[in-house]
Design a protein around this ligand. Structure first.
Ligand code: SF4
Ligand code: SF4
Ligand code: F3S
Length: 357
């Protein structure tokens, strides 16, 4: 961390009022299920913190993760946290190109050796020597192998970096793997790793992880897939506002029927909410405006490993295209029994799987 200015001084200089700052800390503490007293402590620690150096690498990705983070409609939260970090390198955003860009990356790593947070989006192709994604003649594997050992911690941003995502979808033509796979195989240095999955992930969740690190100096507690439990501890279904319709057995049968117009449950239209762990139903998107189910479409399960290979997005979990659904018995009538069973198996899997690959 090279910036001598504390965050508190910086925010004052930029005209951010104490009131806005405290409001931000209260929101973050609440989102992370911290006791209310933690908001004041968070404010104190964040104000005294130096800006955290962040190096952000992009591999096999679609830029959706970065778009999500930088084009959020809730500037009060996300932009404030951007004041808390020093984004020392990000290929898409860097103003220069070629050797200058390479030089900035090298300098960012050397200046903050052992102290910067490495954020990665996109999967890493291994097939055919990794030729499917190269930057300046280096494969993605070469790049991350060179930089990861110097990072204090790694945040895998999005489902591609966390679990392989779309590039890893069957038949996985590029041999795409996640960051955790590389660590588990000893192909890159093992560093503290946190998976912030989602396709793309919710921006507030990414900034929440950074705020946690800045405040407490540690990464938050993780679930079986290496995701922060505070944001991934419940399924979408656990917190869905359509849940009462589900419990009553009121399901929309098509996207334009009377049930859909009445806001009934989207389970029979393929909603994967019962097996998907993410904070969409509570934190929501676009500054808390809405989330896919509130917009009338079922959850695709985008924060779960291999969600692209789990059958049609428009078939209910009970049809048997999902392995878990098969396990609970094909042919059960759609309704509470199936959802409860699917959710139970998803929870069981969370407990038994030791890491997302
Ligand atoms: Fe794009 Fe989704 Fe991969 Fe992010 S996780 S890079 S949004 S495909
Ligand atoms: Fe909500 Fe989907 Fe669960 Fe229905 S199945 S209650 S729409 S999460
Ligand atoms: Fe993804 Fe489902 Fe949320 S599709 S954005 S986890 S509601």
């Amino acid at each position: 961390m090279t910036d001598p200015e504390t965050l508190g001084v910086r925010l004052t200089r930029l005209g951010v009022s104490r009131r806005s700052f405290l409001k931000f800390c209260a929101s973050m503490a609440s989102l992370m299920a911290m006791p209310p007293t933690m908001a004041a402590q968070m404010a104190e620690k964040l104000a005294a913190a130096r800006r955290q150096s962040v190096v952000y690498l992009s591999f096999q990705e679609c830029t959706g993760c970065l778009e999500s983070l930088t084009r959020s409609d809730s500037p009060k939260l996300e932009n404030l946290i951007f004041e808390a970090i020093s984004l020392d390198y990000q290929e898409t955003l860097v103003a220069c190109a070629g050797h200058f860009s390479e030089h900035i990356l090298k300098e960012a790593v050397e200046k903050n050796d052992g102290k910067f947070i490495l954020m990665v989006d996109g999967s890493i192709p291994l097939k055919d020597g990794g030729i499917y994604s190269t930057i300046a003649g280096k494969t993605n594997l070469d790049i991350i192998q060179g930089i990861a050992p110097h990072a204090a911690a790694v945040i895998a941003v999005g489902t591609c970096a966390s679990f392989g995502g779309i590039p890893k979808a069957n038949p996985n033509p590029t041999g795409a793997v996640s960051v955790s796979y590389l660590m588990d195989q000893g192909m890159i240095a093992r560093r503290p790793l946190i998976n912030v999955s989602g396709c793309p992930p919710i921006p507030v969740v990414i900034t929440g992880v950074i705020a946690h690190y800045l405040t407490l100096g540690t990464l938050p507690e993780l679930d079986a897939f290496g995701r922060p439990k505070v944001f991934f501890g419940n399924t979408i279904h656990d917190r869905c506002y359509r849940r009462s319709f589900y419990d009553q057995g009121k399901f929309a049968k098509s996207f334009d029927d009377e049930g859909a117009r009445n806001g009934w449950c989207l389970y029979e239209l393929g909603c994967k909410g019962p097996t998907t762990y993410n904070a969409c139903a509570t934190v929501k998107w676009n500054g808390g405006v809405s989330f896919p189910i509130e917009s009338g479409h079922g959850c695709l399960g985008c924060s779960e490993p291999d969600f692209w290979d789990k059958g049609s997005f428009y078939q209910p979990l009970s049809t048997g295209t999902f392995t878990d659904a098969k396990a609970i018995g094909v042919g059960l009538a759609a309704g509470a029994a199936i959802g409860v069973g699917a959710a139970y198996l998803a929870r069981k899997r969370q407990k038994t799987i030791s890491g997302g690959k």
